[in-house]
Structure formats: structure tokens, C-alpha cells
Write a protein that binds this ligand. Structure first.
Ligand code: PMP
Length: 437
């Protein structure tokens, strides 16, 4: 029951006085969908409760980290124990070694890793390393992929391939943006042209292999193969941003999926975040020893952090990885996710709503479009007002999906078949109000 005073609204009003937009990260503000953001009071398993005490089935899971659901007992215990021993030392700890061992064991393309505190920091550092190691400045990225908010990554395409990238944010100097070339995702022709034009200048190509920042769009296997070949031909590094997909779409990340389809495939550098911290501020980047040894204190590429490898964050991350590495974990998670997306497809079809959906492991995306888009331009042809009605319809029914149509969704091991059935039934009711045509 909603109390007569709306505590979410009250908190949002107070927050907006003090915090720009009332939030500490823009997408939380419900700007795209309208309405009052829910202020979370607590969370457990597959649910969270807002400031009015209203419960929601949570399909964002802190935007990916909460793969075990909220408050998994083994993780809580590991964190509680770690807290007893101290919050931060600024000196190395055994758990950093253990976490590095766990990561390189699960992702064989990494021989060494460096721990940092956010995905932004990890991507920014990987790009500096790529530039330092190659002695080149240009980076190639793709429209619709997000790699955090470092200057050289907040760039959109210019009017043609031969023009410079433009900043997507005030405060990013044009002189920085001009070193970034932005290409359409899954477009082999433009990729070849870009390498034809700039090949010898390109330090790295950075890609979300399954792009979760334009909802859920896979890089096609031929496209990924071409990315790898062109990087090899031109001496550029292939950087996989697996902040979202790492330990989420499969135990070995998206690279293990492409590795099964492209013989010998591996990225040069990998950027990780989200799941490896289990909900704590922890991220990482890694790759072959020869590259990683270019980092300070061994090599000339500087990178550092007061809270890097934080002892509580590493305890949380290690306990999380230990759970997801249990035999059968990903099969069960993938089956649960599959049952959600199949259920949604069935009710969309029966209610006559154009709908397409895809998933991998514990990550999914759906579009109010008749077929799955392959690039950002097509994703953005989705009708946002219909998406917004769907979002609010689900929210009223206690189902919390991402408050923007270009964001992926996440299922955790704590979601039950009952939760899925409740979600699908709620979607059926909302789809009935959205009938296409
Ligand atoms: N890369 C990807 C693929 C991401 O999804 C995100 C965050 N959503 C980032 C990088 C940045 O991570 P953070 O928000 O931890 O800085």
C-alpha cells in the first residue's frame, strides 16, 4: 500500500536541492521515462523496496553487478568478515592476489590484471595502455557503445568517415575528440574504410562485444572476425569492454562465446567491472604479460589509485566469483533468463505487440520492434513513448526494468519461476494497452 505521503517524491525534492538532478548518475533520474525515481530503502534476493515500502522485482540489479541477487548470505558474510579487518590500507593484500588469480583463471586471455574502482577508470586506463604500448593516438569506437565517461570516449561520429569525432559532452576538448573515430556497429564496410584511411594511426579498437548500452545488440561473428583481422593487420589492439558482459553472459565472458565461433579468437585487452565487484566499487583491466608490464611501476604508462583493490570490495568480488563458478550456475541462470524472454515474447505476440528479444546468460534486451536491431540508428527508431508506457505499466505492477529503452536487463540467480510468471503476467496486462496498429 502506498502511504499518503509519497516518500520517494519527498526525497527526490530534497535531493534536487543538493545533488544535480537529484541523482549521482544521470539515468537514475527517470528523465527519459518521466515520473519520480524510486529511492531504494533495502533489497533482498530478487527484490528491492522503495521509500514507500513498495516492493519491486528488480531487473537492473545495480546495472549488472548483482548476479546472485541482493544480500547473498556467502557474500554478506565475506564482507562482514573483511570489515572487521580494516577498510583500506594503501598497501597490498592477499585478497588482491586471490582475485587476480580467479580472474586470470576464468578468462584465459588475461595473464595479468590491474584492479581499479570503476568501469570508467578501467576503460580509460586500458586505452592509455594501448596508446602507450603502440605509440599511437587514434582510437576507434562504435556508436551506441558506452565505455564510461573518460574524455576520449564521450565522442560521436562526425558527418563522414574522414571528419573528426565530435564531443558528446561539454567540457571535452575538440582536440581530444579528434583522436576518436566513431563507426556504426556491425558495419564491416565502414570498418574496412576506417582502417584503410587511418590504419597506421590506430592504437586500439574498443568494443562492447554484446552492446548493453544500446539495450542488447550482438556484434555479428563476421564483424568480430573482421575487427580481429584488421587490428592484427594494422598493429592495433583489440580492447573488449566486458564491464557488463564479463562473468554475466557466460563464466568466461563474451570472449568465450566468440572464442567458440572464431578459432583462436581472443582480445588483446579486456575491461571488467560490475560482477567482479559483486556490488562494491571494483573494476579491472588485463591482458598479456608483455602489455601489462608496460604499466607503472614496471613500465612507462602511469596508472594508480588510492582505493584500488580495496579490501572490502575484493572480499565481495571474490565471494561473488566463487558462487558463479559453481558447476551449473550459468546453465540455471541462462534457463531462467530464457524463460523470461520466451514468456514476454509469447504475451507480446498474443496481445499483438511488435516485439523482439534476445538474451545470453543472465543478460537480456527487448525492443518494441518486429526484428532485432543490429546498430544504434535502428535501436533509436523504437517508439520511446510506447516504451515509457510499458515501463510505467510494469512499475505500477511492481516490476522494475531499466528506465530507458537503450538499456539492457539483468536476471539474477535469486529470481524464481514465480517472479518470472508474475513479470510475464504484468507484461501481458500492459501489452494489452499497447497493441500495435
Ligand atoms: N563500460 C561498459 C560496457 C559499461 O556498461 C559501463 C557502465 N554501465 C562502463 C564501462 C562504465 O562503468 P562505471 O559506471 O563503473 O564507471
Amino acid at each position: 500500500m502506498t502511504p499518503s505521503i509519497d516518500r520517494n517524491q519527498e526525497l527526490f525534492d530534497r535531493a534536487r536541492e543538493l545533488i544535480p538532478g537529484g541523482v549521482n548518475s544521470p539515468v537514475r533520474a527517470f528523465r527519459a521515462v518521466g515520473g519520480t525515481p524510486r529511492f531504494v530503502q533495502r533489497a533482498q534476493g530478487a527484490y528491492f523496496w522503495d521509500a514507500n515500502g513498495q516492493r519491486y522485482i528488480d531487473y537492473i540489479g545495480s546495472w549488472g553487478p548483482m548476479i546472485l541477487g541482493h544480500g547473498h548470505p556467502a557474500v554478506v558474510e565475506a564482507v562482514q568478515q573483511a570489515v572487521q579487518d580494516g577498510f583500506s590500507f594503501g598497501a597490498p593484500t592477499e585478497r588482491e592476489v586471490q582475485l587476480a588469480e580467479a580472474i586470470v583463471h576464468l578468462m584465459p586471455s588475461l595473464e595479468m590484471v590491474r584492479l581499479v574502482s570503476s568501469g570508467t577508470e578501467a576503460a580509460m586506463s586500458a586505452i592509455r595502455l594501448a596508446r602507450g604500448a603502440t605509440g599511437r593516438s587514434r582510437i576507434v569506437k562504435f556508436e551506441g557503445c558506452y565505455h564510461g565517461h573518460a574524455d576520449s570516449l564521450l565522442v560521436k561520429a562526425g558527418s563522414g568517415l574522414a571528419t573528426f569525432g565530435h564531443p558528446t559532452s561539454a567540457g571535452v576538448p575538440a582536440e581530444v575528440a579528434q583522436h576518436t573515430t566513431v563507426l556504426p556497429y556491425n558495419d564491416i564496410d565502414q570498418l574496412e574504410q576506417a582502417f584503410g584511411l587511418y590504419g597506421s594511426e590506430i592504437a586500439c579498437l574498443v568494443i562492447e562485444p554484446i552492446a548493453g548500452n544500446m539495450n542488447f545488440v550482438r556484434a555479428s561473428v563476421p564483424f568480430m572476425r573482421r575487427c580481429r583481422e584488421l587490428c592484427d593487420q594494422h598493429g592495433a589492439l583489440l580492447v573488449f569492454d566486458e564491464v557488463m558482459t564479463g562473468f554475466r553472459v557466460a563464466l568466461g565472458g563474451a570472449q568465450s562465446i566468440y572464442g567458440r565461433q572464431i578459432p583462436g579468437f581472443r582480445p588483446d585487452l579486456t575491461v571488467l567491472g560490475k560482477v567482479i565487484g559483486g556490488g562494491m566499487p571494483l573494476a579491472a583491466f588485463g591482458g598479456p604479460r608483455a602489455l601489462m608490464e608496460q604499466l607503472a611501476p614496471l613500465g612507462p604508462v602511469y596508472q594508480a589509485g588510492t582505493l584500488s583493490g580495496n579490501p572490502i570490495a575484493t572480499a565481495c568480488g571474490l565471494a561473488t566469483l566463487e558462487q558463479i563458478a559453481q558447476p551449473g550456475f550459468f546453465d540455471a541462470l541462462a534457463a531462467r533468463t530464457r524463460s523470461l524472454v520466451d514468456g514476454l515474447s509469447i504475451v507480446a505476440r498474443s496481445e499483438g505487440v511488435e516485439f523482439s528479444v534476445d538474451c545470453e546468460g543472465g543478460m537480456f534486451g527487448f525492443f518494441l520492434l518486429s526484428s532485432l536491431p543490429q546498430d544504434y540508428q535502428t535501436v533509436m527508431t523504437s517508439d520511446s513513448s510506447r516504451f515509457n508506457r510499458l515501463f510505467h505499466g510494469l512499475l505500477e505492477r511492481g516490476v522494475y526494468i531499466a528506465p530507458a529503452l537503450y538499456e539492457a536487463g539483468f536476471v539474477s540467480a535469486a529470481h524464481t519461476e514465480d517472479d518470472i510468471a508474475t513479470t510475464v503476467e504484468a507484461a501481458r496486462e500492459v501489452f494489452a494497452t499497447l497493441r500495435t496498429g
